[in-house]
Design a protein around this ligand. Sequence first.
Ligand code: AKG
Ligand code: FE2
Length: 356
Amino acid sequence: MGEVDEAFIQAVEHRPKIAVTEAEGIPLINLSILNSNPPSNPSSLQTLVEEIGDACHNWGFFQVINHGVPLERREKLELASRKFFAQSTEEKRKVRRDEVNPLGYYDTEHTKNVRDWKEVFDLTVKNPTVIPASHEAGDNGLKKIVNRWPEYPSELREAFEEYAKEMEKLAYKLLELISLSLGLPANRLSGFFNDHTSFFRLNHYPACPVPHLALGVGRHKDGGALTILAQDDVGGLQVKRKTDGEWIRVKPTPHAYIVNVGDIIQVWSNDRYESVEHRVMVNSEKERFSMPFFLNPDHNVMVEPLEELITKQNPAKYRAYNWGKFFATRKLSNFKKLDVENIQIHHFRIKEESSY
Ligand SMILES: O=C(O)CCC(=O)C(=O)O
Ligand SMILES: [Fe+2]
């Protein structure tokens, strides 16, 4: 990335401390009972559901092991990702994203208007995926976006398509557990994902000469339903602990996935679960790779608190918003440096005095 451009420099209050607290507290959840045959007894399922519910409520983040995703599939894609990013910038820019198609290679993403120290390759899980043609509220047009495939490495496409199937399976299992943990039927949320707009990202964080000034990804919350992240053994992800606002490092656990609740689950659960802020530190010696899968609903889903969770004592805390428009607005602001604040769910929050 050459010499350090001031676009990367975080404001003083957002710069990372180089010595950080290690996250002992982020729950590690064993999903082995979901893969057992015959299915496990109801009491162990109930215990798992409670663990998931506590993790979503207390942290918004957890790690899962024995998740059923074959390691070969993950490793095949990790290798393809390394090969892709090892190419020259010129080669990578041949599959560069643009304002019309947000998929492909990108090396100038901004989070909250500060440039991230990373390069990415974005893909959608459904190919094509249908999203709004623009972020403008009055424009009802739709567009289909298609994945771009680089010439090299040729195995990237197959590796991704196989891996994405595994991510979908795991995401739906987690969604069922989350539904149950909210006291709802297991399939309560599945109808929102028939034509889902989930996307997938390969991240490469090169070694950075100024890790105390820049971030791999600036502090943010994930806007979708659920994120399932594979990180390598370098580490760098930090989560803002709910109890005291301290930034906590998520220690890499070999072959585990890091799961976090996104803004949509926060709204559906009417704030019972919270989408928690996180960021990525870079380091001066080692490059880092990660692969998040963002589970997102259909573009036409109106996101609002689930009616079963609303009572007189606990009225809806959000107005309904259209997921596709929210997504399109976010994507645009990550692409361009905008003058306005990034769209956030708090813009749809119902003020206390106006609640019914
Ligand atoms: O690379 C990571 O550890 C996390 C990336 C992330 O938070 C994101 O892309 O939304
Ligand atoms: Fe994130």
